[in-house]
Design a protein around this ligand. Structure first.
Ligand code: FAD
Length: 466
């Protein structure tokens, strides 16, 4: 029987990054993955394929929607959806193979099959052919991730009514698409199909898009999406969906009460969130009881069962790949007797639309609710020379800092490439930096990053270029 220091169940960003770190720390490690490929939701049906389609559709729209022509490039693009899907699949395949290579490099055993805990220190792995392997281990790490949350009254068939996985592989560019849920995944995938020609209507239960995001940024973003042609039906509750051969009829009613309405579209994407995945995991054999939402609680990644740890989407906190990755590192360091730690105040969130949305730290609403006195510095991309020259002037950056100490408490932005640039604020915050630290740091010119500097200057009222 194989003996390990750590057996990780789940090969997503939590699992595979954990395996790499465990290998680096000299722990004898195995990673168990049931889907036949490493990389989890993120590489196979999440972050990476969505970004592949966002990039390709952005290029298509730039070529067909007038942006190229404005720059003096005249082309007549034609959509080749199967090639767009093929390049996505090729990139995903290369990434999953890369992760497999990293397992070998770090001397991690990759065991294919579905794992289940079978009492303390024991994991049984069932391979595709039905054979079972028993692994004995000092530590079990649960990294089984999440799955789409179902919507009562609406059956996802992944034909006409799709979840995010189905929406990443539609067989045709729809003429019309209804997205249920105005969160990150719905708006990203809605953008993909919008750019490829679909009329997109977003139906949301709440009276705003992107709940939890800084309200000013979310409202500005909604306006920008509106200009792009997105239609929104907010404060609307979906009550049912009937899929025909070519179209879906979706019924909804106002949350506040009122007349029901029927919308019709070629496809409906249900993107109302994700829930932890623990099916068949044998949690009962070690006495772990997830909460009502299926979340396995943790205390510094320890579950209630000795020797069983939990990281990533299946435990509390934002369902993000980089959060899973950071927890993985901290968890392995704790297992190895080191001081693993994650700073949950500095976990950025990005929406990879055009323009992008990026946020980190506290929102204005958070600070008001906590009674924290703060100052705001803002800068519009309209006044940023690089954005202006590139015709990408939608959006702004906002930096929030403590009114007394000037320590940065959060930053929120909508605009070109803000997803990459928010990392500068993350680093500043991690060092306990002030708005003045960012404002007095020399930034290269001309870059969009200067917008962050100018916003930071604005905290003390000396924004120079607007
Ligand atoms: C469309 C979409 C786009 C996204 N875009 C982004 C993004 O841009 N940025 C971002 O940060 N996040 C994004 N996410 C979220 C991100 O994918 C998740 O937060 C991340 O994958 C979580 O990592 P994880 O390791 O916890 O779980 P997962 O990636 O879900 O991996 C868990 C793995 O465990 C396996 N597994 C489960 N049970 C067992 C078992 N019993 N035995 C063996 N294997 C098992 C599963 O097959 C799966 O491969 C996106 C998600 C979706 C759906």
């Amino acid at each position: 029987m194989a003996q390990y220091d750590v057996v990780i169940i789940g090969g997503g960003p939590g699992g595979y990054n954990g395996a790499i770190r465990a290998g680096q720390l000299g722990l004898k490690t195995a990673i168990v993955e049931g889907r036949g490929k490493l990389g989890g939701t993120c590489l196979n049906v999440g972050c990476m394929p969505s970004k592949a389609l966002l990039h390709a559709s952005e290029m298509f729209e730039a070529a067909s929607g007038g942006e190229f022509a404005k720059l003096g490039i005249e082309v007549k693009p034609k959509l080749n959806l199967s090639q767009m899907m093929a390049q996505k699949a090729e990139s995903v395949e290369a990434l999953t193979k890369g992760v497999e290579f990293l397992m070998k490099k770090n001397k991690v055993d990759y065991i294919k099959g579905w794992g289940r805990i079978d009492g303390p220190g024991k994991v049984v792995v069932k391979a595709e052919d039905g054979t079972e392997t028993v692994l004995e281990t000092k530590n079990i790490v649960i990294a089984t991730g999440s799955e789409p949350t179902p919507l009562p009254g609406v059956t996802v068939d992944n034909q006409r009514i799709v979840d995010s996985t189905g929406a990443l592989s539609l067989p045709e560019a729809p003429k019309s698409l209804i997205v249920v849920g105005a969160g990150v995944i719905g708006l990203e995938l809605g953008s993909v199909w919008k750019r490829l020609g679909a009329e997109v209507t977003v139906v949301e239960f709440l009276d705003r898009i992107l709940p939890g995001t800084d309200t000013e940024v979310a409202n500005a973003f909604q306006k920008i999406l509106g200009k792009q042609g997105f239609k929104f039906k907010l404060a609307s509750k979906v009550t049912g969906a009937a899929a025909g051969d070519k179209q879906v009829k979706l019924t909804l009613e106002p949350v506040a009460g009122g007349d029901a309405e029927t919308l019709q579209a070629d496809y409906v994407l249900v993107a109302i969130g994700r829930r932890p995945f623990t099916q068949g995991l044998g949690l009962e054999t070690v006495g772990i009881v997830p909460d009502k939402r299926g979340v396995i609680a943790n205390d510094h990644y320890k579950t209630t069962a000795p020797g069983v740890w939990v990281i990533g989407d299946v435990t509390s906190g934002p369902m993000l790949a980089h959060k899973a990755e950071d927890e993985a590192v901290a968890c392995m360091e704790l297992i190895a007797g080191k001081a693993g730690h994650v700073n949950y105040d500095i976990i950025p969130g990005v929406i990879y639309t055009k323009p992008e949305v990026a946020t980190v730290g506290k929102t204005e609403e958070d600070l008001k609710a906590a009674g924290v006195a703060y100052k705001v510095g803002k800068f519009p991309f309209l006044a940023n020379s690089r954005a202006k020259i590139n015709h990408e002037t939608d959006g702004f950056v906002k930096v929030l800092a403590d009114a007394k100490t000037d320590r940065i408490l959060g930053a929120h932005a909508v605009g070109p490439n803000v997803g990459d640039m928010i990392a500068e604020i993350c680093v500043a915050m991690e060092f306990g930096g002030s708005s003045e630290d960012v404002a007095r740091t020399c930034h290269p010119h001309p870059t969009r990053a200067e917008a962050f500097r100018q916003a930071a200057m604005g905290v003390e009222g000396w924004t120079m270029q607007a």
